[in-house]
Write a protein that binds this ligand. Structure first.
Ligand code: FAD
Ligand code: NAP
Length: 309
């Protein structure tokens, strides 16, 4: 019986483990299906993590985290969690391969995955000109032209953000109506630096061994155009990694919002006693490393208190 099972080894899960074990919990296991570090390890540059003044890659930023976070007894098992359930006061964690583990408390920190558009060239140039985070990568395109793909709130808000940094933003959307809120649409339409490319699909993201050099688009009449840009931001929705919180009938075991983000209070408590959520998976997440780590610290301390009392 574990004191605490942590699911996900990104900034939130690692930090949760450090706080819980340093606070005195003895048997704490972090289930991470890959190497610890989380989605930031796919970023080519990060410059907004306080205390790290020099530009580093996401991989470099996260490299020392596991060693520090496991110093106090946190263990990592490289296993994928399939489902979390609770019976009486005990959680059961079902792992791939049908292995089962019991725990007194659980922190879910499985993050979210930016949806891919599946455009040709997207995977090849991901992290080398294709990005899903304008806050993180926008500055690298200062005074340059970039493209944005998508027509929801994220795409339009991020296009406005990028317009403050870049010389021009091409906003490519597959329809002529936006899914984003009317207020945001109005702001985008009034922004001189944003050119709307509507009723259009991206055919291919092209580049060389340095990264992206252009984006080929085609409109609904078949007219083609190549945008010479060194970067494209893809905002076609997010997939919250919440499937482990569904029971066998597909119902969530705790409260989630309409986007599938786990509802928590300021102490990262979910609607189920002893179950905590931290990082990108929770409601109102800022989707930043520093925020995920902060959530992890809160959840780790709360799990410690829950188990002790
Ligand atoms: P994640 O980092 O997503 O970690 C979740 C972990 O859970 C993953 O390692 C995953 O493998 C694991 N997992 C998921 N499901 C399971 C399962 N069923 N079983 C076991 N393990 C599982 N933020 C910044 O602050 N600055 C930046 O410059 C920046 N740049 C970014 C660039 C890119 C390209 C991307 C994609 C994101 C960037 N971000 C940046 C955002 C930042 O990476 C996230 O906000 C942060 O990683 C969230 O941390 P997390 O711990 O909540 O989740
Ligand atoms: P979203 O609302 O699902 O929008 C995704 C957009 O990407 C849509 O315009 C969609 O086109 C387009 N798209 C999807 N797949 C595509 C593909 N393969 N190729 C090209 N385009 C594709 O996602 P989101 O913008 O990330 O927002 C997610 C949720 O968060 C929404 O509920 C949103 O309202 C909310 N949100 C709110 C705020 C806010 O309140 N300020 C800010 C950000 C997000 P179609 O329109 O044609 O389907």
């Amino acid at each position: 019986m574990l004191d605490l099972a942590i699911i996900g080894g990104g900034p939130a899960g690692l930090t949760a483990g450090m706080y819980a074990t340093r606070g005195g919990l003895k048997s704490v296991v972090m289930f991470e299906k890959g190497l610890p570090g989380g989605q930031i390890t796919s970023s080519s540059e990060i410059e907004n993590y306080p205390g790290i003044a020099e530009e580093v890659t996401g991989m470099e930023l996260m490299e020392p985290w596991p060693k520090q976070c496991m110093k106090f007894g946190l263990k990592h098992e490289m296993k994928e969690v399939v489902r979390v359930s609770k019976k009486d006061d005990i959680f059961e964690i079902l792992l791939s391969g049908d292995e089962k583990v019991e725990a007194k408390s659980v922190i879910v920190a499985t993050g979210s995955t930016p949806r891919r558009s599946n455009v040709k060239g997207e995977d090849k140039f991901f992290g080398r000109g294709v990005s899903t985070c304008a806050t993180c990568d926008g500055f690298f395109y200062k005074n340059k032209e970039v493209a944005v793909l998508g027509g929801g709130d994220t795409a339009l808000e991020e296009a406005l953000f990028l317009a403050n940094i870049c010389s021009k933003v091409y906003l490519i959307h597959r329809r002529d109506e936006f899914r984003a809120s009317p207020v945001t649409v109005e702001k985008v339409k009034k922004c001189d630096k944003i050119e709307l490319i509507l009723n259009s699909q991206v055919e291919e993201i092209v580049g060389d061994n340095m990264g992206v050099t252009g984006v080929k688009v085609v409109n609904k009449d078949g007219q083609k155009r190549e945008l010479e840009v060194p970067g494209i931001f893809v905002f076609v929705g997010m997939d919250v990694n919440n499937s482990i919180l569904k029971d066998e009938n597909g119902n969530f075991i705790c409260e989630v919002n309409e986007s599938g983000n786990v509802v928590v209070n300021l102490k990262m408590h979910t609607s189920v006693d002893g179950l905590f959520a931290a990082g990108d998976i929770r409601i109102d997440a800022m989707k930043q490393v520093v925020c995920a780590a902060g959530d992890g610290a809160v959840a780790g301390i709360q799990a410690l208190e829950y188990v002790n009392h």
